[in-house]
Design a binder for this molecule. Structure first.
Ligand code: G4P
Length: 524
């Protein structure tokens, strides 16, 4: 196969949802179709059990298990599929954001009864920012839920994206009979069975055969619904989908394996193969011969006796090879890797080559930071790994004066791994750690002690948001920084960040300093 063919057949995507909507179940069914697993229940859930939320060591153990399942590659028909798993627990949302920088498209799972939930809304914001194509799977049709048209309205409104149903459900809950697949023009009948593939009859919606399958009443209703869809929604337009402006919607039940194959078949057909990636220097085309890739995730081994990490590299262009010299751009040094790993469904295996779209795992002893670039020689810096304003803040203080250096080093490395964000107050030099959830503070404290022998203490600070600021009016910017000097900090790259104590103070600042732009993520 040529390089171009290899890359074109790749589909790298993430499934995102609010916890419990059915992400794990859907992932498992997709793996079943790919023959990557043979029985249901074989996928270790990457979900963190609700009962374990206060015990983060337990969570880390579960996360440890999930390293192998955090990327699941498998072959389906002529396609190579890479599913990137995302942590279900919202305290690790930052991980999910970063994973989204490594995918070419996304499938969103929504529970038909619950509709769009908080975490889905937030993740969709990231997709919108990056213009990632999204497809939506409305799950749990075997249960009572909201009316299909209400769900479609809700999706459009809450996710701020135009939608186009590609299947139309026939009733729901106990009366659920299946869907009419508008993409393949077939009637897919529902059989509540966890292992069976849907019975699918190719049939035009006007065909009198429809009555034979679902009866007069439902046939009439279905024709009415399909007519309504055709009238109300724009015709499906692949360009609009690829540009992230239109989301195709499917209905089904992951648990009952209904609608999943249809989703997958349509997905491989219309979802994008690896897309060009913007670097600071230029746009990098995946089909270029030269290899390039970036680190989007670092997973630490929690065993203190083996302090090693795996750096996850998304291949952006060309072909990656084992034992080939590549340039670590930040170090300006050549490196080669003797045991890079591929992630094939559940097992990790050493790979010889990987192509644009694939994810490669590199064993790491502190050489990599999130965002690092590897290339065949060119100096490239990939953009698009934004930091978001954290939600929780604490001062970090040294609790063991003899170990100041270890603490410093530990904090630096953990921040490079992306565990949390560090802000240094410009006024008094105190260090502030920002996270999206309480758990990360515990993770940091534990890891500083066990991996670096350093002890830290947390002190409260009341902050609402950290905003990156910029302005074309340097005089106003200087004036702002002078007046707010107690609340100015530097982020890890030395950029100016304003620490707003409350929403009110932030709004006042925005009002008083009209030429300053306040950003809630670092990529603006
Ligand atoms: P998540 O990864 O998005 O958090 O969700 P997960 O797949 O774990 O699914 C959450 C719960 O919803 C699970 O039940 C799962 O069996 C159920 N579920 C998923 N898809 C469907 C569906 O199509 N119909 C129905 N009725 N239920 C569905 P659980 O009781 O929490 O877990 P388990 O004990 O069944 O594993």
């Amino acid at each position: 196969m040529t390089l171009k063919e290899e890359i074109q057949r790749r589909r790298t995507f993430a499934i995102i949802s609010h916890p419990d909507a059915g992400k794990t179940t859907l992932t498992e069914k997709l793996l079943l179709f790919g023959g990557a697993i043979h029985v249901a229940g074989a996928v270790k859930s990457n979900k963190i059990r609700k009962t374990a939320t206060s015990d983060w060591m337990e969570i880390e153990k579960q996360r440890g298990i999930s390293v192998a399942t955090s990327v699941m590659g498998f072959e389906y028909e002529d396609y190579k599929i890479n599913i990137l798993d995302t942590p279900g627990h919202q305290d690790f949302a930052e991980d999910t954001y970063r994973t989204l920088t490594a995918v070419d498209s996304v499938i969103i799972v929504v529970d038909v009864a619950k509709g769009v939930e908080a975490q889905t809304r937030k993740l969709m914001e990231v997709c919108r920012m990056r213009k990632t194509p999204v497809m939506i799977f409305v799950n749990k049709m075997d249960r009572e839920g909201k009316d299909a048209f209400d769900i479609l309205d809700e999706l459009e409104e809450e996710l701020q994206i135009a939608v186009r149903p590609l299947s139309c459900p026939i009733d729901m809950g106990e009366r659920f009979r299946g869907v009419y697949n508008l993409y393949h023009r077939s009637l897919d009948l529902y059989q509540p069975s966890k292992q069976m593939v849907t019975e699918s009859v190719h049939l035009e919606i006007a065909s009198p055969e429809l009555e034979k399958h679902i009866g007069d009443g439902l046939a009439k209703k279905l024709r009415g619904d399909v007519e309504l869809i055709t009238e109300v929604y724009p015709a499906f337009n692949r360009e609009a989908y690829l540009e992230g402006r239109l989301a195709p919607v499917f209905f089904g039940s992951a648990l009952n394996n209904f609608g999943v194959k249809e989703l997958l078949d349509c997905f491989v057909e219309i979802a994008p193969s690896p897309r060009p990636v913007q670097s600071e220097e230029r746009i990098v085309n995946p089909y270029e011969e030269a290899f390039s890739g970036f680190v989007f995730k670092i997973h630490a081994n929690m065993d203190p006796n083996h302090r090693s990490c795996i750096a996850f590299v998304k291949v952006c262009s060309g072909k990656f090879g084992r034992n080939v010299n590549y340039k670590h751009v930040r170090f300006n040094r050549l490196m080669k890797f003797s045991s890079p790993t591929a992630f094939m469904a559940q097992k990790k295996e050493v790979l010889d080559e990987a192509f644009a779209g694939d994810i490669v795992g590199l064993p790491d002893n502190g050489n990599f930071k999130i965002g690092d670039t590897l290339t065949s020689g060119e100096d490239l810096h990939f953009k698009g790994l934004p930091s978001f304003s954290p939600e929780m803040f604490k001062y970090i203080e040294n609790a063991d004066p003899m170990k100041a250096k270890q603490l410093q080093k530990g904090i630096e490395q953990l921040m490079d791994e992306g565990v949390a964000q560090l802000f240094t107050n410009q006024f008094n030099g105190r260090k502030i750690i920002g996270t999206v959830g309480q758990l990360q503070f515990e993770v940091i404290q534990y890891r500083l002690l066990h991996e670096y022998g350093a002890q830290c203490r947390w002190e409260p600070i009341h902050l609402y948001k950290a905003c990156w600021i910029e302005s074309d009016d340097t005089a106003e910017l200087d004036d702002f920084k002078k007046r707010k000097y107690q609340f100015m900090a530097h982020d890890k790259d030395g950029r100016d960040v304003f620490l707003a104590e409350s929403n009110y103070l932030l709004m006042m600042a925005q009002q008083d300093f009209k030429h300053i732009r306040f950003h809630f993520n670092s990529e603006f």
